[in-house]
Design a protein around this ligand. Structure first.
Ligand code: XMP
Length: 511
């Protein structure tokens, strides 16, 4: 398989570069900038991309790549900091832009030389996204300038003979009008890629590998019903179906009809599917608990207990399968961030269920690739296109104490909201949308009488990575319909609010 290596210099768009490369059907991996040369050789890339980063290349402690990388005979594309690093390492000069007019941030009209392979068949002038305070004052020997803007004469450089290309702007962000095409030119024209990364191939390879690795062993999977674990269940069922046991713990905090949909999708497959209805246990443990982190911990812990008990009934398993995906891998391997909420995922199971090894067949896939794989595996669209749903479920969408009545009420309100969003055709454009039961009760008038009931909050957000999010500008008519339906159809609710906060400062979920 053809591979692109992306060396990470700490820029904020690094993951996006990886996604853009994969979108072009070329496999890539993101690795730390100081990846040792022999590992790079073993990785055997057809091209290397240096990402952007917040540092200045001329400072002694700024991140560098092993200089041997320039001797491998592999084409290199440097982006922003990566471009400056390339220039400096090969004898150019990078300096701070002392004059503020030489710094560029934001959309910038840029002029290109179409004879450069990166810009082939593209307009000679278009908008790019710049974000730099340093610039290349002198380009290295053998390089020529291939783009400029009003403020920056060195917006792109190349040495075609050696296969070295650098762009001062960010082709990976949407604001760069022809960024995708430039990356495509790099991959296909410069690196000679053929585009052999497809989910059909991935499926075939994974099935073969799983069969070889598992042999006659038994595999245990905790199935949450979310996209990742559902796709993993389908993949494993195709590879080693009869040796697979899936334990689906219904913690009683799922959305309307969700548990039955999961069961319907898997019960017909050749695997041992076990649904454990454990709602009562979870609600018992949550009684009187109002603190969000405590709720999360209780649910995570209880989940493990129920899963362990079921695993014991099944007997010894050789492998535990987990739905880890590439963003989790990147996050744990390349950076540290503050814990805002302790996420509960079914992946975090302890080493007490008696398995020998952990299988993570999806660990190299991005979410959209996981979805694509799910389609290849014949999962219904209702499961594959499912919006993210947190492990602790509706418990963190009921503010304050969780009771059976509140969950039932929220389930109905949420189902109405989702139904109306789908009817309006907005289910594909909103990234995540749901109802929340606030613990606010207020006075209303229904018929001729006074009511004192709950307020339901509606939340709908637009986001590409869930790290930041903007609230969806939903049509008033839609919000009106949802509000009328919820107040009329859900007893106990007399007020509907729409949340217009972005993340940050709010988060997507309420707890
Ligand atoms: P926040 O609320 O942190 O949510 O802005 C960002 C995204 O993460 C989802 N989320 C979770 N997913 N286990 C999960 O698997 C969790 O405990 C959890 N908490 C939040 C949330 O739905 C949103 O998509």
């Amino acid at each position: 398989m053809e591979k692109i290596l992306i060396l990470d210099f700490g820029g904020q768009y690094n993951r996006l570069i990886a996604r853009r490369v994969r979108e072009q059907h070329v496999y890539c991996e993101l690795h730390p900038h100081d990846m040792p040369l022999d590992e790079i050789r073993r990785f055997d890339p057809i091209g290397i991309i240096f990402t952007g980063g917040p540092h200045s290349v001329y400072l002694a402690d700024s991140p560098k790549a092993d200089p041997g990388v320039f001797e491998l005979g592999v084409p290199i594309l440097g982006i922003c900091y990566g471009c400056q690093l390339l220039a400096q390492a090969l004898g150019g000069l990078v300096i701070a832009a002392e004059d503020a007019s030489a710094r560029e941030y934001g959309k910038t009209e840029t002029v290109f030389d179409p004879s450069c392979a990166l810009f082939r068949d593209l307009p000679e002038e278009s908008v790019t996204w710049m974000s730099h305070g340093d610039f290349m004052a002198r380009v290295p020997e053998g390089f020529r300038l291939t783009a400029h803007s009003a403020a920056c004469p060195t917006a792109a450089i190349c040495d075609e003979e050696r296969g070295f290309y650098g762009v001062q702007f960010h082709p990976e962000v949407d604001h760069t009008a022809f960024g995708r095409e430039m990356l495509r030119n790099y991959l296909y024209t410069v690196c000679g890629a053929h585009g052999d990364w497809t989910m059909a191939d991935f499926k075939r390879r994974s099935v073969d590998e799983l069969r070889a690795r598992v042999g006659r062993g038994r595999v245990l999977l905790a199935l949450s019903g979310g996209v990742d674990s559902s796709v993993l269940a389908a993949l494993l069922s195709e590879a080693v179906g009869r040796q697979l046991s899936c334990v689906f713990v219904d913690h009683g905090l799922l959305r309307k009809r969700e548990a039955d949909e999961v069961e319907a999708a898997f019960s017909s497959r050749a695997l041992d599917f076990r649904r454990v209805d454990a709602g009562g246990r979870f609600l018992d443990r949550l009684r009187g608990v109002t603190e969000p982190e405590e709720k999360r911990h209780i649910i995570g812990e209880e989940f493990i207990r129920v899963f362990e008990a079921e695993a014991k009934k099944i007997g010894a398993a050789d492998y535990l399968a987990q739905g880890t995906i590439y963003p989790d891998v990147i996050e744990s391997g390349l950076g540290q961030s503050a814990v805002i909420k302790s996420h509960h995922n079914v992946g975090g199971l302890p080493d007490t269920v008696g398995f020998k090894e952990v299988l993570e067949p999806l660990r190299l896939l991005f979410k959209d690739e996981v979805r694509q794989l799910g389609r290849e595996l014949g999962l219904p669209e209702s499961l594959v296109a499912r919006q993210p749903f947190p492990g602790p479920g509706l418990a963190i969408r009921v503010i304050g104490e969780v009771t059976e009545e509140k969950i039932a009420l929220l389930r109905e309100a949420d189902a109405i909201f989702r139904e109306e969003i789908a009817k309006a055709g907005l289910d594909r454009t909103a990234s995540q949308y749901f109802a929340v039961l606030t613990n606010l009760r207020s006075v209303g008038v229904m018929g001729d009488g006074r009511s004192y009931d709950y307020a339901v909050a509606l939340r709908s957000v637009q986001t590409s990575d869930f790290m930041t999010a903007d609230f969806s500008r939903l049509p008033w008519e839609l919000l009106d319909r949802v509000s009328v339906r919820i107040v009329n159809e859900v007893t106990g609710v007399n007020r509907v609010l729409y949340d217009i906060t972005s993340k940050p400062p709010a988060t997507v979920e309420y707890e």
